[in-house]
Design a protein around this ligand. Structure first.
Ligand code: BT5
Length: 313
């Protein structure tokens, strides 16, 4: 958000302020104050004025300014009504050298999962991608995927939804079926870099937020369907970004926090890697987020793949 507009919102947070007082506080002309207030009104802030001055009576429901308003995380947000994929846009931003940018959309027409699978993204979900340039070797980037899963799980739990994480990137509710529950969220991480250090990372997060059950793929769920009532997307996005930002700068804490929220460890699992499939018991997570599976007494480390939870025989 433009800096002066952010400063005006901050000033109005504690009660009404007159135009002249705002002008003085911000070191700009009264005409400039008026222009900025008009711009805030245009994007959906309710800023009535009376003899006490300007008041802040409401904020936009959703969009870039809505999410940035009150956000305690170091990200700029850009919002689109409809895009093919927020990951594609975030990748473009990242290759242009933009970092700490969140690309957010109401709808995606070509949302993607891992291995080019389709990701259903109708209007009403939370479809967002964070472009970052973290100071990490590529081997530790999976920790950011896990951090995003932790952030979404905490945001869901804070709203009374009994969510947990299925390795590596699914947030699910309940524990039935091969998905290990009904899928609430998926995460798609993409990156570019050399062996020692990444140039950029894009973390794509899809959360079924205000979607009614009928609009969801099979075995999926949404915050709205679980809560049985309305969901404020704005604060969900803020909670996820704030928690993710906290974990992104403390990657050493991620494995512990992930383990506390995950349902995969201790499960009988079926793993599908690029060229091979096998079954075993999920026993641990390595310090870079890989899954250790005990296959008939032999330990195998899975860095990337699909993981199904099997019912104990
Ligand atoms: C994922 O892939 O779970 C990663 C999904 C990432 C989506 C975000 S949205 C913002 C950003 N922009 C993008 O284009 N993508 C990212 P994977 O583990 O491969 O799971 C994909 C499978 O989940 C599909 O094959 C379907 O079975 C299922 N699926 C598709 N849409 C779903 C939805 N909305 N909710 C739950 N499950 C879904």
């Amino acid at each position: 958000m433009q800096e002066t507009r952010r400063a005006i919102l901050d000033a109005l947070a504690d009660g009404p302020v007159t135009g002249p007082a705002l002008a003085e506080r911000l070191g700009i002309s009264r005409a400039a104050v008026w222009k900025h207030v008009e711009a805030l009104r245009e994007v959906g802030f309710d800023v009535p004025s009376d003899e006490a001055g300007y008041h802040l009576a409401g904020h936009p429901e959703y969009g870039a300014e809505a999410v940035e308003y009150g956000l305690d995380a170091p990200y700029d947000v850009e919002y689109h009504e409809s895009v093919q994929s927020t990951n594609a846009i975030a990748r473009e931003r990242a290759t242009d050298g933009v970092t700490n940018r969140v690309v957010l959309a109401d709808e995606q027409t070509g949302g993607r999962g891992r291995r080019d699978r389709q990701w259903s993204s109708p209007s009403g979900g939370i479809w967002m991608s964070i472009a970052l340039a973290p100071d990490l070797p590529p081997a530790r980037v999976p920790l950011l995927t896990l951090a995003a899963a932790v952030a979404v799980t905490k945001a869901a739990r804070a709203r009374g939804v009994d969510a947990s994480i299925k390795w590596p990137n699914d947030v699910v509710v309940g524990d039935g079926g091969e998905r290990g529950g009904r899928k609430l969220c998926g995460i798609l991480t993409e990156m570019e870099g050399e062996s020692a250090r990444v140039s950029w990372v894009v973390i794509g997060i899809g959360v079924n937020a205000t979607l009614p059950g009928a609009d969801l793929p099979p075995d999926a769920t949404s915050l709205q369907a679980e809560i049985g009532g309305p969901v404020e997307r704005r604060t969900v996005v803020q909670d996820v970004l704030e928690e993710f930002a906290r974990l992104a700068v403390t990657p050493d804490r991620v494995v512990e926090e992930w383990t506390a929220l995950a349902s995969t460890l201790g499960q009988r699992v079926a793993i599908t890697e690029a060229t091979e499939s096998f079954e075993g018991d999920a026993v641990a997570l390595t310090e870079t987020g890989a899954l250790v599976v005990d296959v008939d007494g032999e330990r195998r480390t899975v860095y990337a793949g699909d993981c199904e939870h099997l019912r104990p025989v």
